[in-house]
Write a protein that binds this ligand. Structure first.
Ligand code: AMP
Length: 582
């Protein structure tokens, strides 16, 4: 890979080691991956492996089992995907050698897209199979052949039983987000699947947490696994002078959210960190389109280009630097007021080093992170490392933005009024003499100025994803007891803080089986998540009575859940599901 060396750093890249390590970053090539994969990674703009990738890829290439503790956002998908793909040749027949089990439909699609991208040079065929999608389509896809199948456990089992998923050739099994799968009641399914695969397989288990149940699975189905956990350092992070905030937004709203946050914050100069070169290039273009003077900085640029960018930032020609971690290594610019993380960094240490670009030499700085709701765990790790709280903020609304834009224009006019060169503009005013009164002329001038200041008028609100985060935080929804009346606390109610039922977006489904049929919360969550493609967190509250159960699901998913779960079996019995109105 085209890694810049420290000697090549332009002036202004301090000769320090901000990554906190003494060795040079190891590129993907040093991990022993085949050239086709390296080519794909370059095309994707990945500059260097994340910590989990650096640790696990060599272990997995060696063929051993692995038990890894890593949250979403650490780069764990590539960590298990690349070693699997490394064993596939471009002309290999599409026989399934790898099975990746994931808890949700969303993750199945995401993982299979990632594996497809990494494996393009080798023509790797990846097929996702998950509940909620017509089985016929999956049967066709599997029949055409797949090197890798990414599946939710329930649907995988379904295909195994139908004979459409042949496990004889399996050499690798990955359990991704294993804790989540167990929480959703997939334990029996997973055990059955693992029991049907060849004993010679390599078994990889990734989990964000390591409760005893995970260790039990590891003990039963893994062979002396290497254990990997992203190390947490207790080094003094030196972030005391930095105000830290996080905005929760869905990925596709990020460009707009970033623009709006920058409009409100009006930084003197800022650096925006992205994960890949491609992201840097795209975001630079977007921000320029929004009226910002943005410059890209990444490892794919030569020394001269990088020097030019740095001097533009220093002399104020550029106000926004969009960069990858590698390119911004050691960067020291004293006019920087803000660091923005376009994504939560893959390791807490890298967050600390990124935000350390501000708050230097006793100055105050602001660090802002855009996160997806599911990256909450990574943020918790960061808070633990920095021993500081990251304040959750709401994405500015259209009205917040307008108010701020007016305030900035008022301030600019006020400054102009205080200047002593106003008389120089008399000829312009005289040119308009008699055409209108002074007030209207002033208004027209303000309008021009307001527009020229780049007052970008977004008309569309950006949905705030914090609400989902707050629900996740309570951790109570999933197994909380349901109480009639949409969560209002009634006699003997245990549902005072019902996070879901008090949410107007929660609807309820009636499930025709209950305690007498041996139904447990995990069974309901598992079946609904698998068949209707919901995440465990979207399901709840749950009440299980002797003969039936009632489950809260997002209102707009009630019909889908009723339809898709009705035709399935729960605890070996056929189940009927319909909307629950009372
Ligand atoms: P994951 O933790 O697997 O969900 O990955 C989180 C994000 O990081 C995904 O958008 C990946 O595309 C991205 N990513 C993974 N590895 C790298 C890397 N080495 N460099 C840059 N981005 C990466």
């Amino acid at each position: 890979m085209n890694e810049p060396s420290t000697q090549e750093e332009p002036t202004g890249f301090a000769q320090e080691d901000p990554a906190g390590t003494t060795q040079e970053p190891t590129g993907f090539a040093a991990l022993g991956l085949r050239p086709e994969l390296l080519k794909s990674l370059i095309a994707l703009g990945y500059e260097e492996p994340t910590p989990i990738q650096r640790e696990t890829i060599p272990l997995l290439l060696d063929g051993g089992d692995l038990l890894g503790q890593a949250a979403t956002g650490t780069g764990k998908t590539a960590a298990f995907a690349l070693p699997i793909l490394n064993t596939i040749n471009a002309d290999d027949a599409p026989i399934t050698t790898a099975l990746v089990l994931v808890p949700t439909r969303e993750l199945a699609v995401q993982v299979s897209e990632a594996m497809h991208k990494y494996g393009t040079q080798q023509n790797v065929k990846v097929v996702p199979v998950y509940g909620g999608q017509p089985i016929q389509r999956q049967l066709h896809a599997l029949k055409r052949g797949a090197h890798v199948v990414v599946a939710t456990p329930g649907r995988a089992l379904d295909h195994i039983r139908r004979g459409s998923l042949d496990l004889d050739g399996i050499r690798h099994v990955v359990l991704d987000e294993a804790d989540e799968m167990l929480d959703m009641g997939f334990t029996d399914d997973i055990e059955e699947i693992l029991g049907s695969t060849p004993d010679s397989r390599q078994t990889v288990l990734f989990s964000a947490t390591m409760p005893p149940r995970i260790n039990a699975i590891a003990k039963r189905y893994q062979n002396d696994p290497s254990k990997v956990q992203i190390a947490r350092s207790d080094a003094d992070p030196g972030t005391a002078l930095i105000t830290q905030a996080v905005y929760f937004v869905q990925r596709h709203h990020k460009p707009a959210a970033l623009g709006r946050i920058l409009d409100i914050e009006a930084p003197n100069s800022a650096i925006v960190f992205c994960r890949t070169r491609t992201e840097v290039d795209e975001l630079t273009e977007t921000m320029n389109g929004r009226g910002y003077r943005a410059e890209a900085l990444h490892g794919g640029m030569d020394q001269k280009q990088r020097d030019r960018v740095m001097s533009r930032l220093r002399d104020g020609t550029a106000e926004l630097l969009v960069a990858t971690d590698v390119a911004a290594r050691g960067l020291d610019v004293d006019t920087l007021t803000h660091v923005l993380n376009y994504d939560v960094p893959s390791a807490p240490e890298s967050y600390v080093h990124r935000i350390g670009r501000v708050g230097r030499a006793g100055r105050e700085g602001i660090a802002i992170t855009l996160a997806e709701p599911r990256q909450k765990r990574l943020l918790k790790n960061i808070e633990r490392l920095t021993k500081q709280t990251i304040t959750v903020k709401k994405v500015p609304t259209v009205s917040d933005l307008r108010t701020r834009q007016v305030a900035l224009t008022v301030e600019a006019v006020r400054e102009a009024l205080a200047a002593d060169d106003l008389e120089d503009y008399n000829p312009i005013l005289n040119g308009l003499a008699g055409e209108d009164n002074d007030r209207n002329i002033a208004l027209a001038a303000i309008k021009l100025m307001h527009e020229a200041r780049g007052t970008f008028l977004d008309e569309v609100e950006i949905p705030d994803a914090t609400i989902r985060k707050e629900r996740d935080h309570t951790g109570k929804g999933k197994h909380a007891k349901y109480e009639k009346g949409g969560g209002k606390s009634g006699k003997g109610g245990k549902f005072e803080k019902a996070p879901r039922a008090s949410n107007p977006d929660t609807g309820f489904v009636f499930v025709s089986l209950g305690r007498n049929a041996g139904v447990r919360p995990g069974d309901l969550v598992g079946a609904i998540a698998n068949e209707a493609g919901l995440t465990g967190k979207e399901i709840g509250p749950i009440r299980i009575s002797d003969n039936f159960s009632v489950v809260g699901v997002p209102e707009d998913a009630v019909e889908r859940v009723s339809k898709s779960v009705s035709s399935t079996m729960l605890r070996g019995k056929k189940v009927k599901v319909r909307r629950y109105n009372d």
